[in-house]
Design a protein around this ligand. Structure first.
Ligand SMILES: *[C@@H]1O[C@H](CO)[C@@H](O)[C@H](O)[C@H]1NC(C)=O
Ligand SMILES: *[C@@H]1O[C@H](CO)[C@@H](O)[C@H](O)[C@H]1NC(C)=O
Length: 453
């Protein structure tokens, strides 16, 4: 404690905001495929509304800069309290102990990915609160701000939690070291190694634990296990990988560097039980989430084709909605990136991302038959699946319109669904529920039908 106090006395107190944010983020992201298949949020509604920057997002750089009162700090930033001036300062998070520190280029990618990712998350979070209303009142904005702040914890709250976390982190590191050496030991059975992976999966939800997994060499062990001969190891490895990557930009970069993308695509392209493919899709979605560079690699490696074949594989129905969700999220993220491009003049760090993202997703999707594959999801009896299919169909409209028009079964499905949801929406309304879920689906259907002609 004595030593710790003297460290604090050095004027500066580092706090990693992302330490605490990771958990909240997991619940607010639309792309991360959840095991229970939660729905797309209403994000797309928010496109084109007010500039989210109105809500004062701090854009961290490599330099310490003073935070204005009330500014929200993106996850992954370092925040310190300058005890001399009493001001809070923030800058980009830097990864401690990562091997890429000596490699300037990779480090740069890492930093940019961290900044890009967290800025996008924060914007999304802000948008989501405003999404309901194109013209939010001051009061709404106040509430939105408050809600966002409650996700991106205040520095004071963080300070309070730090000591407890500090203590817990040490314990986690010890546990992880033990787990990794058990996993790596030639004497361990497959059962033991699977158990280790599941324990790790639990731990890596904590952002710092995920980073420790990397610095302890665990990322290599996990990615190696992706092409192990035992399917249970593959499945659990993909699960750990997805959870470690989720909402963690530096680990995303590490995973990509360690060849995880190619291995996940191999898993998806070759015969494996659906349970394995589910976890591989989960990890893939996490790897691609807000990571334009990984997305362009995915496209280059033939990822769209792999997903297309998987979609058409007999018995893979359980994967359909995950696949379409992943594609839909890639489409909307690209939209978001081109919107961000408008800010590029004053924020040059986004320039690279525009380049990374310069592949044309929609024409490729159309070319590879997705205009006819996605409508198949509409046949599902589940509202959630239909809703996701409708979102994706709308997003692909510009390149699929002709194919939609020539698809008689799509026309039939849509008119049946319209009737069904008209009834459901009416019931909803009589129960006093305006803007209900069925009403929303009906609006999607109407919009799709209208845009098709
Ligand atoms: C796993 O074992 C190999 C060989 O024994 C060793 O080189 C490697 O550093 C170990 N990795 C970890 C993370 O313990
Ligand atoms: C897994 O892939 C790596 C290279 O990607 C290869 O060296 C290794 O032999 C493979 N392991 C198995 C079990 O196929």
């Amino acid at each position: 404690m004595q030593k710790r106090n003297s460290v604090f006395a050095l004027l500066i107190w580092y706090i990693c905001i992302h330490l605490v944010c990771a958990h909240t983020e997991k619940f607010s992201t639309a792309l991360t495929i959840k095991e229970d298949g939660e729905d797309f949020s209403k994000e797309e509604k928010a496109h084109g509304t007010q500039d989210p920057e109105d809500l004062e997002v701090f854009h961290p750089t490599n330099e310490w800069r003073t935070l204005k009162p009330g500014q929200a700090v993106p996850a992954g930033s370092h925040v310190r309290l300058n005890l001399q001036t009493g001001q809070r300062e923030a800058k980009l998070g830097e990864e401690k102990g990562l091997k890429y520190l000596r490699d300037g280029q990779r480090q740069e990618l890492m930093n940019k990915q961290a900044a890009f990712f967290s800025t996008q998350k924060l914007k999304e979070a802000l948008k989501k609160f405003k999404g309901e209303d194109d013209n939010p009142s001051k009061k709404d904005l106040g509430q939105a701000e408050e809600s966002v702040r409650s996700q991106f914890r205040s520095v004071d709250d963080l300070k309070r939690d730090m000591e407890a976390l500090d203590f817990l982190m040490e314990t986690d590191i010890q546990i992880m070291r033990k787990l990794l050496s058990q996993f790596n030991s030639t004497g361990s059975t497959v059962d033991q190694r699977v158990t280790v992976l599941l324990d790790l999966e639990y731990l890596v939800h904590q952002v710092d634990n995920a980073q420790n997994l990397v610095s302890m060499g665990g990322m290599k062990l996990v990615t190696d296990a992706l092409n192990n001969t035992d399917v249970r190891l593959k499945e659990s490895a993909a699960f750990v990988l997805g959870s470690a990557i989720s909402s963690n930009p530096s680990v995303q970069v590490e995973a990509l560097e360690s060849g995880a993308l190619q291995k996940l695509l191999n898993l998806l392209a070759t015969p494996h039980p659906v349970s394995v493919k589910k976890k591989a899709l989960f990890a893939l979605a996490c790897l691609l989430h807000h990571f334009p560079f990984a997305q362009s690699q995915f496209v280059k490696l033939g990822g769209l084709q792999v997903l297309g074949e998987l979609f058409q594989m007999p018995g893979a129905d359980a994967l359909h909605v995950r696949i379409v969700t992943l594609l839909y999220d890639m489409i909307t993220e690209k939209e978001l990136i081109s919107q961000t491009g408008k800010d590029a003049v004053r924020d040059s760090s986004h320039q690279d991302y525009l380049q990374y993202a310069e592949y044309s997703l929609l024409p490729m999707l159309a070319e590879q038959g997705w205009c006819t594959l996605v409508p198949e999801l509409l046949v599902s009896p589940e509202h959630d699946r239909r809703e996701k299919a409708l979102h994706a169909l709308l997003a692909m409209m510009t390149h699929c319109q002709a194919q939609y028009q020539q698809n008689p079964s799509l026309a039939t499905s849509l008119s049946i669904l319209q009737k069904e949801y008209q009834k459901l929406a009416l019931t909803e309304e009589t129960l006093g529920e305006e803007d209900g879920y069925f009403g929303e689906i009906l609006a999607l259907l109407d919009s799709l039908v209208q845009k098709m002609h």
